[in-house]
Design a protein around this ligand. Sequence first.
Ligand code: ASP
Ligand code: CP
Length: 432
Amino acid sequence: MSVAQQVFLRDAMRRLNLTRDVFSARIGVKRRALDTWLLPEGSQEFRSMPDVVGRFVTEIMDNDLLLRKYAQSTQSGPLRDRIAVDGKHQLLSVDQFSRESVEELFRIADLMQPIARRRKVSRVLEGAVLGNLFFEASTRTRVSFGAAFCRLGGSVCDTTGFTFSSMAKGESIYDTSRVMSGYVDAMVVRHPDRGSVAEFARATNIPVVNGGDGPGEHPSQALLDLYTILTEFSRLGKLLDGAHIAMVGDLKYGRTVHSLIKLLALYRGLKFTLVAPRGLEMPNDILEQVGRNGGHVIEQAGSLEEGLSGGVDVIYATRVQKERFAAEELEGYTLDFQVNKAIIDKCCGPDVVIMHPLPRDSRPGANDLSVDLNHDSRLAIFRQTDNGIPVRMAIFAVLLGVEGLVQHSLRDVTWNPPSHVGPDDSVFHGLD
Ligand code: ASP
Ligand code: CP
């Protein structure tokens, strides 16, 4: 087996959407045996999985893939056509996805993992150029979209801020978008106004990706967040259907939570607990949309302790989007809203997954996600940022129609990456 047995088994459980109990029953082994195969190799309890089990699991996955391919062929055409907007290959909102199409995208992201983990290289986008147009601050979205494009063999041109683009001279979105279309093969755009990225998209026939449109949406962030939740749950032996998700912080202006809650609503029977200071609650139109799907329960809690006391599976903390409103409105954001070690230890179990889209505001008085959780393996924030690469590679591969070429394009890397990219990464966090 070319990948570690733990990685192989976790991926298998996630792809088959099975808990540890159901998976062990499906492959006919005791749950205890499965647990020992999933332990780190250094552990006293670790056992090697017999080859025959590996072959059996591969066979189950192959059959499952065939069934899915058959199901897809009975739908209409490639993924990029099924998620298209007005016939154009763009990613503007999570509303473009169904549960099936999002899971199809994640299978493509899985294919990208050896590239993202720096074991393999691919050149399927050789010759293609990405235009990164960021009119608001960004580290993750701009750099990870750029890196994802480069890791598929393409190259990137960037422009950041209004000052250094001709929008500072009064150029319109239409003209900017049309001009860029003559230079590049895809665009990622971040802009402070809701709906502005859709305006860029209307003015071009090349793929456009919404990298955040003011307080509107941040669809690629929500996709990588959902991918992270599914990956973490597979490690923990949980399913997303029926899970309890707490969203904390600025739910009014936070575009990541607007996209994420709609995407999560594609699953069944979730409980959402929303914890926001007065005045920063989740907008009603989004709550109504979520309420129309899948038998979900939505509760609003007045304090973090009240919100977390019901035993949540995921805590998704967010930064107060200070850039979107006047300073006096900030007063409600007290220390009581801070996700920190004390509140997590008091209200949550060992299996909770703590997430944040980042950046977290580490300045004194910001009361954002505390750094005192940095050495707590329940904190998934850097596993989350790492997942930005395979998910964004998958988005490009789909929008540019090369996802079918990736598997056969893979070559070994020529350099030696570190086994763990971060000095504090826990065992399951590293590169495989
Ligand atoms: N980086 C995310 C966004 O641009 C979240 C944040 O800035 O708080 O929406
Ligand atoms: N999560 C996110 O969008 O980060 P940036 O604002 O740094 O791009």
